[in-house]
Design a protein around this ligand. Structure first.
Ligand code: TPP
Ligand code: MG
Length: 795
């Protein structure tokens, strides 16, 4: 143990040096060419140097997973470097092209980041939901041959301002959270400010209320020893009463300032004067800086004592910029050490010029001892941290009986219900979740069949009391639906955790989450986060557009189709018909499992690389098309569009629609066709995939692949240049407006741009100009010719 502490002390110094040097190199030494210096968070990193040294080199086990506070990324990379899992080249290119990332990234970094962080708050919640996911997986009997891991978040104290953390806390309490540690870096500084006094007491109460253990790491071992000296109690009282900004200021000012202040305030109180006087300035500063979060013995003891599966919050007092000249200064957040300061620091660390990257430069411990220590680090003992899981076979076709007039939302419920009926591996791996809209998004049928998940069984009281109900809400460890409270952030972070299970738990899940389309925006940053981590899931958003018109502007979604197009890692669809949905859903279950393939030269999409899927559905019942699903149509539905009515050679106008507005588009084409030649009707199932294929094919041509053609270019190949295109959807018109650029046709894009109206669908379609008459009016304007006789005056 004594040796261990000595080795850890050496490594702590090394980690701090390497992290500071990495940032210094990126900002002062590397030729960036763009003159951009964005700081690099030397102070923020330093705050966690001791805690992360203790964790990674002594406490963590291979099965544990960590979300590292974004600005501690250089510390993380330095630790990986010392463990032989990060390269010097990437550290030298920190923040640069293909270099180590400024915020730990699962997808862009190379040194085994467990959870990405960056947008504060999200990584913290991810650990909680990953823990629930681990429980889910194990309760289903999977992965039991692997040890249970602990999910650990290193949390900035100001990060706790983010509401999503508290939403997650509440959910964790409901679900019986275990195996989760949140270690709060209580440096009492945020980006701009010093935090309010006594914040830790609020945190302590809060965490305890949610059923967590709370460990406060306030005093380091030096301080604890000093408190036992005569006068020590006085010193402790002074520390406890000292306001945060003053403590920070004194840390920055150093030993002489501490002496003056302490002497002024408690120096005349007998024993304590001696306690102060017998220490040199340096010793006094070391004592006063020796907070719990910078004291290896206290940290190790606290972590080792928490040897159970209880969720535990460690509030560890730290100094922002610990060990660096800007320690404690309130302006230190983006502060960078000057070359002169770095030079002093180099000398203090005994690092010779030219040997800055040498892993063991300047250390006093014999190299062999340190190497032996590193070889025995438990965290690095097992092999690859990223696990793999085989793909689950998905039926080639999903079938369900549906009514002649029905909605995609009803169809979705029926399809999932039928999946739930089968006793297949595919059905078993599906896990559904919804933020309090399970029934209203039509997941009820599936949930009735497969049950709700809870670690401990809970009977449905209505059932046991024999009160009739459509829904059978029995909770059990075998259940396959995770019922969430309303918070949409939680939905997306849970999907993010479930959708990484193959990599984290080595067990594949097929997660499906449902919510109302407008509330995607409520969880958007978490959705983006999930995609950035390459988590795999299907999100089903329904109702959408103005189909919840009666509920007014608050429930209308306008921008979501654009989000669907722009969100990287998410393939978006808006089918009109249930048979289209069946095709897309079957494809989606396979797509979320793919990884690593090349871009397809057929449609220029990354179908083999895989990703997540967003389905925008509707409650609007529409007349279905009686047709057989043939392979060609199936492929086109997945590729994003097909001709419902093929345009003739002299086509004057095309109507292109997406989603539940289909009946209006069909009706309009009937009306236009009497006065315009060869009218075409394009059914678009995915504006996103059509657009992505088009831009990718253009890029391929610009690189010399002259025959590259995307799906939309092939569909438009015979459309004459004079032909106008009217596009229409229940969403923002820009979603389809780009279609005119594919082959140089004029476009009149129709859609919804304003919110706030209540009314019937017919009234609102008319109000926003997306009904059949508005489509006819647009066609007349864009394709000149004789007046279209069925056109009525617009309101
Ligand atoms: C959602 C979000 N908002 C704002 C930021 C910008 N930001 C980065 S760190 C930070 C404050 C960090 O304070 P704290 O969590 O206490 O960490 P410390 O710097 O003290 O280590 C802010 C506002 C961000 N990264 N994410
Ligand atoms: Mg802070």
């Amino acid at each position: 143990m004594t040796d261990d502490i000595a080795a850890l002390r050496e490594l702590e110094k090394k980690v701090l040096w390497l992290a500071s040097w990495t940032i210094h190199n990126a900002n002062h030494l590397r030729e960036n060419g763009d003159g951009l210096k964005v700081g690099g968070h030397q102070a923020s990193s330093a705050s966690l140097a001791t805690i992360m040294t203790a964790l990674y080199f002594a406490v963590l086990r291979p099965q544990d997973r960590v979300a590292v506070k974004p600005h501690a990324s250089p510390i993380f990379h330095a630790i990986q470097y010392l463990l032989g899992k990060q390269t010097r080249e990437r550290l030298e290119a920190f923040r640069g092209y293909k270099g180590a990332q400024s915020y730990p990234s699962r997808t862009k970094d190379f040194d085994d980041v467990d959870f990405s962080t960056g947008s504060v708050g999200l990584g913290v919640a991810q650990t909680l939901f990953s823990s629930l996911t681990q429980d889910y997986v194990r309760a289903h009997g999977w992965g039991l041959d692997r040890p249970e891991g602990r999910m650990v978040a290193l949390v900035g104290d100001a990060e706790l301002d983010e509401g999503n953390i508290f939403e997650a806390l509440l959910e964790g309490w409901k679900q019986g959270l275990r195996n989760c540690w949140w270690i709060v870096d209580y440096n009492r500084q945020s980006l701009d400010a010093v935090v309010r006094e006594g914040l830790w007491e609020r945190y302590e109460q809060l965490f305890k209320n949610f059923g967590w253990d709370v460990v406060i790491l306030k005093y380091g071992s030096l301080q604890q020893a000093a408190f036992t000296e005569p006068g020590g109690e006085k010193l402790r009282q002074w520390i406890d009463k000292c306001p945060n900004p003053l403590y920070s200021a004194l840390v920055f000012a150093g030993g002489a300032a501490w002496r003056k202040r302490l002497n002024d305030e408690i120096g005349d109180q007998g024993d304590v004067s001696q306690l102060i006087d017998k220490r040199s300035d340096d010793e006094l500063a070391a004592l006063m800086n020796n907070l719990g979060g910078h004291d290896l013995p206290s940290l190790l003891e606290a972590f080792r004592n928490a040897d159970n599966d209880r969720p535990t919050c460690f509030i560890s007092y730290t100094v922002k910029g610990f060990g660096l000249p800007m320690a404690g200064h309130k302006d230190n957040h983006a502060g960078l050490m000057t070359p002169a300061q770095m030079e002093t620091f180099r000398q203090a660390m005994h690092v010779r010029p030219g040997h800055e990257w040498d892993p063991f430069e300047g250390l006093s411990m014999p190299l062999e001892l340190l190497e032996t220590f590193l070889d025995r680090v438990p965290f690095a003992a097992a092999g690859a941290r990223r696990l793999e899981a085989p793909e689950i076979e998905v039926p080639a076709e999903l079938r369900s009986a549906f009514q002649a007039v029905t909605s995609t939302q009803t169809g979705f419920g029926a399809l999932l219900n039928d999946i739930g009926r089968a006793d297949s591996e595919f059905a078993r791996r599906i896990v559904t979740t919804s933020p309090d809209v399970t029934v209203s998004t039509n997941l009820g049928g599936f949930v009735n069949r497969r049950g709700l998940f809870a670690r401990e069984a809970l009977a449905d009281t209505f059932k046991s009391e024999r009160i009739p109900s459509t829904f059978n809400w029995e909770f059990s460890p075998k259940g396959q639906h995770i019922e969430l409270g309303i918070a949409e952030m939680n939905l997306f972070i849970l999907l993010s955790a479930l959708g990484l299970s193959h990599s984290i738990n080595g067990e594949r899940l097929l997660p499906v989450g449902t919510l109302y389309d407008p509330f995607i925006a409520r969880g958007l940053d978490a959705l983006n986060y999930a995609c950035y981590q390459d988590a795999r899931f299907i999100v089903v958003a329904t109702p959408s557009g103005i189909t919840l018109a009666g509920e007014g502007g608050a429930h209308q979604s306008i921008a979501e189709p654009l989000i669907g197009m722009a969100q990287d890692g998410l393939a978006s669809f808006e089918p009109a018909y249930v048979d289209e949905l069946a095709v897309i859903l079957a494809w989606a279950f396979a797509y979320i499992q793919k990884s690593g393939g090349e871009m397809s030269e057929r449609n220029w999409l990354r179908d083999e690389t895989g990703g997540s899927v967003y389905l925008r559905l509707s409650t609007r019942p529409i007349e279905q098309i009686a047709r057989e699903m043939v392979p060609d149509l199936r492929q086109q539905i997945v590729d994003g569009a097909y001709w419902l009515r093929l345009p003739g050679p002299n086509c004057q106008v095309i109507v292109a629609y997406t989603g539940a507005i289909a009946p209006e588009a069909i009706a309009a084409v009937g009306l236009i066709a009497e006065d315009r030649r060869d009218v075409g009707l394009l059914a678009i199932t995915s504006a996103d995939r059509l657009n992505a294929g088009w831009t990718a094919a253009q890029r391929a041509r610009e690189r010399g692949l002259v025959h590259a053609r995307s799906h939309i270019e092939r569909l438009f190949a015979d459309v004459p240049p004079h032909c106008g295109i009217v596009t229409v959807l229940d969403g923002h018109p820009a979603t389809l407006a780009w279609l005119g650029a594919v082959a140089g046709n004029r476009v009149r894009p129709l859609g919804v741009e304003h919110f706030g109206q209540t009314g019937s669908l017919a009234e609102l379609y008319c109000h926003y100009g997306i009904d059949a008459n508005a489509i006819v009016a647009a066609a007349q304007a864009i394709a000149p010719g004789r007046p279209i006789r069925h056109l009525k005056a617009l309101p």
